[in-house]
Design a protein around this ligand. Sequence first.
Ligand SMILES: Cc1ncc(COP(=O)(O)O)c(C=O)c1O
Length: 389
Amino acid sequence: MFLRHVAQTSPNPLGLEIVKAEGLYLYDRSGKEYLDLIGGISVCNTGHRHPRVIRAIKDQADRYLHLLVYGELVQSPQVEYAALLAAHLPASLDSVYFTNSGAEATEGAMKLAKRVTGRTEIVAFNKSYHGSTQGALSVMGDEYWRNAFRPLLPGIRHVEYNSPGALAAITPETACVIAETVQAERGVVAPNEAWLRQLRQRCDATGALLVLDEIQTGFGRTGTLWGFQRYNVLPDILLLGKALGGGLPMGAFIAHRQRMWSLTGDPVLGHITTFGGHPLCCAAGLASMQVLLESGWIEAVARKEALFRRLLVHPAIKSVRSSGLLIAVEFDDFEQNKRIIDACIAGGLLTDWYLFAPQCLRIAPPLSITEEQIEKACSIILSSIPAHL
Ligand SMILES: Cc1ncc(COP(=O)(O)O)c(C=O)c1O
């Protein structure tokens, strides 16, 4: 029934049937446990089913679910969550537009940038991922995934991340530059700090808005609450998603209130959504962010990253790239990596590969992972590498 009635996106899906998830572990129908090294792809930063998140969902379900489209009624979970986010962001990022997904946050940000600047061109980066809808696909930086869906949005220029030469592509015609703070699906490529500052300066000089996509790097993933804090660069529009909803679906684009105001007129309702910022998702996300802020897990990210790096040493491992608990373990090629991933899963460790770096094994666990669990995970990875390598 799974294969017949649930739409598939790859010819050979894993097909594991998970019946329960708790903390760092998933359990299949036979009772076998899997240590979750990918957290639903950077979603479950506070682990699966954190008791405070579950409590918040139940409490909200007892009050109300859907009321009316976003932005009309005062819904306290939205208001409280937007206020908490703003309290942990610079004053220039004080207005939160909640969406259903990361891709929709990308769409909203591109529309907002066009509206604020009156321009239409967008600069994006090779090997970047911002979502799968047509607009987000247009800024995605890989021709293999883009090409089959052309024609896409016009006026988009793709340039090389971390390359000083790329800055010339940003001109007075550019509405916005959209970049991941750390390129995740490229196999964890961090920005050169000086380059990111030059990118900011080039945006200021040309009047282009800088959109930083922290859908994967937000909520402590890189060791600070937001990835951009590591580089002393502020975006004009911030994209959030994944961990934002504490395990429920949500995205957001965040900007200064004055800029966001441009979506209210000419046309009115410049971006609308039925379910974006659903009270249940906001209640879950709010509780999850509070847990994260109080837990000390973000402060421990660098130590846990170092432990992974210390343990993941093997002649078959070509490199380990990391930005906090976003780690890519590089093998020779996809075939080798896939064999190791399959052996890990058989050995009770759930992992995956990166979209634009299929030779890299993905490590992006809940930030609540313990040192013992890291040791166990690394031991399963190392023992999953074929003996002849
Ligand atoms: C950096 C980044 N941006 C945007 C997205 C799109 O988010 P969603 O899948 O919620 O549309 C993703 C999803 O993987 C992502 O990693």
